[in-house]
Design a protein around this ligand. Sequence first.
Ligand code: SF4
Ligand code: SF4
Length: 113
Amino acid sequence: MAKTRQKFYKSIPELPKAMQTKKRKPKLMAVVEEGNCTGCQVCVPFCPVDCIESVATEKYPDRPIPPVQIRFNECIGCQICARVCTQLTWDAIRMMPTAEFETQFGITIDTPA
Ligand code: SF4
Ligand code: SF4
């Protein structure tokens, strides 16, 4: 039992030691399934570029806590938020290939100069 617990905690990503910024166009994009997200914000401090924020409360007036969203142009596609959400909470973040994301959402992700 103790070994299982140790293994579980080891698999949780570390909190970032310093904030990073995007250096190249990411291959993957994090997308929050807002209907599945509790707004618990457990994922927020794990993001190495600090690009996860709460959705404006006006968008979900019937929910006491709004879900979170990603500032897509800052995301580096590291997948940490998806791992954290899956392991600790609700499995509300999916990773999508960036090209598929751009087509589906009509958003172009910047390539840093
Ligand atoms: S950890 Fe998951 S459920 Fe909690 S705020 Fe982040 S995406 Fe939403
Ligand atoms: S994949 Fe998640 S944790 Fe990584 S940069 Fe994007 S939003 Fe932040």
